[in-house]
Write a protein that binds this ligand. Structure first.
Ligand code: RTP
Ligand code: MG
Length: 141
C-alpha cells in the first residue's frame, strides 16, 4: 500500500461535544499522522465551495447550514492507505448504519450531524487538501 494523504474535518457537532482529542487518538492508533491542522469557523461561501459536488442534492442547504453552525477542526492525515483507512475509522454516513466502534457510531447523532468528514478518493483528497492548506503548511513527518 502507498503512503497517502487525506483531508479530515471534525464537524461542528463533535467540536461542540469536546471530543477532538478522542478522535485524534483514533487516527494515531490507526497509524495516521496529523501533518497539518487548523480550527476554523467556515463562511457560507467556503462551505458551499467545499461541498460543491453536492450542489444539486436535496440535502445541500442543510449540509451547508450545519457546517457553518460552529467551528470545525480541519486536518491532513498521512499514512499507508490513508484515504480508505480514514473512511473505515469514520464508519457509514448514517450513524445508525455505522459499524460498532467507528467514530460515527460512537460520536454522531444523525446523518446531518455525523461528526466527521473524510475524502472519498485519492483524487478528491488532493483537491480538498489544496482547498484548505497551501502546500507549505503541510509538514512531511
Ligand atoms: P462526508 O463527505 O461528510 O465525509 O460524508 P460522506 O462521504 O459519508 O457522505 P456524502 O455522500 O459525501 O454526503 C456529505 C454529507 O451530506 C450529508 N448527507 N445527508 N440526508 C441525506 O440523505 C444526506 N446524505 C448525505 C451527510 O452529513 C454527509 O456527511
Ligand atoms: Mg463525502
Amino acid at each position: 500500500m502507498a503512503l497517502e494523504r487525506t483531508l479530515s474535518i471534525i464537524k461542528p457537532d463533535a467540536v461542540a461535544k469536546n471530543v477532538i482529542g478522542q478522535i485524534y487518538t483514533r487516527f494515531e492508533q490507526a497509524g495516521l499522522k496529523v501533518v497539518a491542522a487548523k480550527m476554523k469557523h467556515l463562511s457560507r461561501a467556503e462551505a458551499e465551495g467545499f461541498y460543491a459536488v453536492h450542489r444539486e442534492r436535496p440535502f445541500f442547504n442543510a449540509l451547508v447550514e450545519f457546517m457553518i453552525s460552529g467551528p470545525v477542526m480541519i486536518q491532513v492525515l498521512e499514512g499507508e492507505g490513508a484515504v480508505l483507512k480514514n473512511r473505515e475509522l469514520m464508519g457509514a454516513t448514517n450513524p445508525k448504519e455505522a459499524a460498532p466502534g467507528t467514530i460515527r457510531a460512537d460520536f454522531a447523532d444523525s446523518i446531518d450531524a455525523n461528526a466527521v468528514h473524510g475524502s472519498d478518493s485519492l483524487e478528491n483528497a488532493a483537491i480538498e487538501i489544496a482547498y484548505f492548506f497551501p502546500a507549505t503548511d503541510v509538514y512531511a513527518r
